[in-house]
Design a protein around this ligand. Structure first.
Ligand code: UT7
Length: 310
């Protein structure tokens, strides 16, 4: 047994309002069929007026705390991965702390866009291993609908809002985060940026996504001394079904090991992996002892992966 950061529970939250592909045909020149065949997306959830990233994050956190069955007073670290904080400061993480009635421990936001949850998990794992905290609440939460250009058919069809959360606890265990790999390349920043709305060179981002998620997954697997064949489930950032399938294909992992929620959620940025993780945990696809690979890429470009034993 090794000192590891073990996932004790997961939770998520999606705003009530659903925007379908059909709804989008009324906003931009597109078809339901184009959106589904090019992206695998059917619908996405959109935050209501006044419903902020911290509100989604708090609801996801409450669900994760209930699933983990812990006393929330034991949480001594809150990390929120987000690119769409309510306001520039205070951080969403401190708002979550306050929303949960917590007064102890540290709280900070991590900004690595769609790779944010992987960055937050690796950061929390390092802090737990260094003894800075014992129980972490790690959240991915975004309301990208607020920075989407709703007249750009190349991007507005992709994104949705949501939040997902996990409770990580430092324990002597065979389970937990086995390895992480993080990387970024600021020279590719112009491929995907928000100023003030989202601009994207779709085809280039697509190619980079498959290349870097595959490369980073291999690095994380090597650090965990595992092969691709040892992986039971791959949960990539839910960007586009074609990207997810191309990534597992390139890794020579069978498609039936891919967890995809992109059809129902769209691309929810930092929330996408913890949302998918929560769906698979609750429908019992994930079984104790199985090896999970999470991998993501986003603006920066920044990318990374973690290997986790469930
Ligand atoms: O979180 C990470 C960030 N994002 C991603 O990972 C997204 C990465 N990229 C993608 O998912 C894809 O590139 C898109 C889904 C955005 C686009 O798919 P594509 O197969 O790369 O299409 P394209 O951009 O090359 O566009 C093909 C055609 C173009 O028309 P022409 O130039 O061939 O006449 C576009 O103008 O499709 C047109 N098009 C559309 N047509 C109908 C672009 N958007 C739409 C649309 N409806 N919504």
């Amino acid at each position: 047994m090794t000192q590891r950061s073990v996932i004790l529970g997961t939770g998520s939250y999606l705003p009530e309002k659903i925007l379908t592909n059909h709804d989008l045909t009324k906003l931009v020149e597109t078809t339901e069929e184009w959106i589904f065949t090019r992206t695998g997306i059917n619908q996405r959830h959109i935050a209501a007026k006044g419903e902020l990233t911290s509100h989604l994050a708090i609801k996801a956190a409450e669900n994760a705390i209930a699933a983990a069955n812990i006393d929330k007073a034991t949480i001594d670290l809150v990390i929120v991965a987000t690119t769409t904080p309510d306001i520039p400061f205070p951080s969403v993480a401190t708002k979550v702390q306050a929303g949960l009635g917590l007064k102890q421990g540290a709280a900070l936001d991590v900004q690595a866009v769609c790779a944010g949850f992987v960055y937050a998990m690796a950061t929390a794992d390092s802090m737990l291993k260094n003894g800075l905290a014992t129980t972490a609440l790690v959240i991915g939460a975004d309301t990208l609908s607020r920075i989407v250009d709703w007249s750009d058919r190349g991007t507005c069809i992709l994104f949705g809002d949501g939040a997902g959360a996990v409770i990580l606890q430092s324990q002597q265990s065979d389970r937990g985060i086995l390895s992480s790999h993080l990387s970024s390349d600021g020279t590719t920043g112009d491929l995907l940026y928000a100023a003030p709305t989202i601009h994207m060179q779709g085809k280039e981002v697509f190619k980079n996504a498959v290349l870097h998620m595959t490369g980073s997954s291999r690095e994380a697997l090597a650090r965990a001394k595992l092969q691709a064949t040892d992986i039971n489930w791959v949960i990539p950032h839910q960007a586009n079904q074609r990207i997810l399938e191309a990534t597992v294909d390139k890794m020579e992992v069978s498609k039936d090991r891919l967890i995809s929620t992109v059809a129902n959620h769209g691309n929810t940025s930092a929330a996408s992996i913890p949302l998918a993780l929560d769906v698979a945990a609750r429908d019992k696809r994930l079984k104790p002892g199985q090896n999970l690979l999470i991998t993501a890429i986003g603006g920066g470009l920044a990318w990374g992966s973690c290997v986790i034993r469930w």
